[in-house]
Design a protein around this ligand. Sequence first.
Ligand code: FAD
Length: 495
Amino acid sequence: MIAAVIELETDIAIVGAGFSGSLLSLLLKQIGLRSVLIDRGSHPRFAIGESSTPIANFLLADLARRYNLPQLIPLATYGSWKRAYPEIVCGLKRGFSYYHHTIGQQFQPRADHANELLVAASEGIEDADTHWLRSDFDQFLAQEAVRADIPYFDQTNIEQVHANNGGWNLIGSRLGEAMTLQADLLIDASGDGGLLSKQLGIDNHPAGLQTHSRSLFSHFRNVRRWHDLYQSWGGDTSDHPYPCDDSALHHVFKGGWMWVLPFDNGITSAGFSLDPNLFPLDRAVSPEAEWAGIMQLLPSVAEQFCDAEPTVAWRQTGRIQRRLQRSAGPNWVMLPTAAAFLDPFFSTGNSFTLVGIGRLMAMLERSWNRPDWSDQMQVYDRQLQQEAEILDLIVNGCFRGFGDFERTGAMSMFYFIAATWSESEQRAGRLGRGGAFLCADQVDFKKALIRAVAEVDNPSISTREFVGRVHSALAPFNRVGLCDPAKRNMYDFVP
Ligand SMILES: Cc1cc2nc3c(=O)[nH]c(=O)nc-3n(C[C@H](O)[C@H](O)[C@H](O)COP(=O)(O)OP(=O)(O)OC[C@H]3O[C@@H](n4cnc5c(N)ncnc54)[C@H](O)[C@@H]3O)c2cc1C
C-alpha cells in the first residue's frame, strides 16, 4: 500500500518540465506566483525539437530581460551561449538551407542554384541562432527552476485530475509515494503527452487539419559535411551566404523532407518527415530498414550518411500533427506544443511555444484573479488557433509543392516573410502582446496563403505564373527583399 506523504498546495501546477514548463516556472516566480513543476520523466532525457530561429531567440532574450532572469540571456545567440555555457551543447545555425532531390537521382549542383535555397538569419557567428541539444538545454532550465526554489517533482505520474473549488486537485504518485496537489490554475506543458486533452476529453483531431506527416529520426555520429560533397560534385559555394552545414539543412523530395542539424560535439540530429500517402507506415519494417530504404531513393543523401551511426534509439512515429479543439478554459491553459503541432519544416515549434508563454505571462500579470480572466483565456485560445491554422496552411502548401522546387520555394516565402514580419512585431513589443505570430492576424496575408495552397499543385497554372502570383501577393508584407529572382535563391542577412 502507498502511504500519502506528499501533499502540496500552490497557485499554479505546471505539468511537463521540458524547456517550456521549466522556463514558465521561472517567469511565474518573478511575478510572485507560486508554481509546482511536475514531469513523468527525469533529466537529462532525449527530446526532439532542436533548431531555434531568430524569433525564438528574440523572445527568449526578451522574456529573460523583462522578468529579470539575466542568466538566460546568453542562450539567445551562439556567441554568448558558447562563452557563458560551454558545457551546454548546442550547434551553430546561420540560417535555413534547402536542397531539392529527384527520387533515384544524384544531386547535381547548378550554377543558377535553382535546386537549392539558402536564407541567412544572422550576420555572422556571434549573433547566430543555435540548435539546442535538448537533453542539456532542458536539464539546465529544470536545474535553474530548482535553484530558484521552485518545487520540482520528476518521475511523477498524475493519475487523476479533479476540478475542485474553482481550482484543481491532482492525484498521483512519485517513486512509490502518493501525491496530492491543490492548484488554482493548471498549465499543460506536456507536449505530445497530452495530459489535459486526455483528462478533459478534448478532441485531438478537429476536421480541417491539412498537413499530414510522420517522422523517423535519431541522433548520429559521422555525418559528412554537405558542403564538401557539394563541392566534390562540382558545386561552387562562393555565393552561399554562409557555410550550408551551419544551418538547419533540409533535403526535400517528393513525399517528404529530411532535417540535418549538427551539434558542436560531433553529433548530428537527423530525421525524415514523410507524407504517409507516399511513404505509408509499416510497423513490420524496422526503423533501420525503413531508413536504409529511403536512403536508396536519395543517393546523394546516402553519401552524406554512408558512415553515420545512430547514438540514441530510433524513433519512428505515426502522424505528428495535433490541434486540440480548445487550448484554454477559465482555470486551465495548454502551452502551444501541448495544444497544436504541425510539422518542423520551418522549425516553428519552439518559437510558437515562446509566443504562447509571452502571451500567457502578459495575461497573468494583467488579469489573473480579476473579472476579465476568463475573457483573456478566450483570447489566448482564439489567437493560438489562428496561428496553428496559418502554420498548417504554410506547411501543407510546401508539402504539396515538393515535386517542383520552384513552387516549394515560392510557398516557403510565406514563412520567411511572415517570420521577418513577426521579428519587427517583436521589436515593437507587440508579438504575443496583442500581435499574432506569423501574420495570423493579417487578413490579406491569409487570403493570399489560402489561394496559393489551392493553386500550388494545380498543373493548369504554370510554375512561372504561380510564383509570380505569390510574389505579388506577398509584396505588401515583404520588408527584407525576399522573392527577388536576382538573388537566385541565395538570400543574405538583412538586419
Ligand atoms: C520530429 C520533430 C521535430 C521537431 N523539430 C523542431 C525544431 O527543429 N525546432 C523547433 O522549434 N521545434 C521543433 N519541434 C517541436 C518541438 O519538439 C517542441 O516545440 C518542443 O519540444 C516543445 O517543448 P515543450 O517543453 O513544450 O514540450 P516537450 O519537449 O515535449 O516536453 C514535455 C514534457 O512533458 C512531460 N510529460 C508528458 N506527458 C506528461 C504527463 N502526462 N505527466 C507528466 N509529464 C508529462 C515529458 O516527459 C516532457 O519532459 C519538433 C517536433 C517534432 C515532433
